[in-house]
Design a protein around this ligand. Sequence first.
Ligand SMILES: [Ca+2]
Ligand SMILES: [Ca+2]
Length: 162
Amino acid sequence: MQAESSATVGLELFNCDTEDNCELVKDVASGSTDGAPEQLTVFNGKLYFVSRNQLWSCTAAEECAEVAVFSTAPDFLTVFNGKLYMVAFVTGSGREIVACDTSDSCSMVANLNGNALHSDVEHLTVFNSKLYFIAKGDNKGQEPWVCTAADVCTIVADINTG
Ligand SMILES: [Ca+2]
Ligand SMILES: [Ca+2]
């Protein structure tokens, strides 16, 4: 499945077979308005994507539904340790790491930058069975961080001290 544009439905999710016959999967923003799906990520036998600031998933039967309601767009969708990790705005905690389990129950992994301060997590990357990323955690500026499979998250190095 992929994002493709058509004059009647706008930029939406389509699937194409090996002969490039394509059909619409979901017109998230009905009519010619763009749903502009992005971050297409396979997790737990479903296709997850972000459209109109929300997380969606489609089953193999192409039944698509909104997974979670976020006040800003989730970003950097990454599968790690049997969960779907991403960055999302959490009310009262700012932009932090959120993980959704296979039941599509989503919760904050860690509030890396105190209270409502954003940690502005970016570039989630799985390496050596850990989840690495860039964050402004613990008021130390933008630095590399890591979370273990147990969701214990620590700064890797305070490269630019303080
Ligand atoms: Ca549309
Ligand atoms: Ca915070």
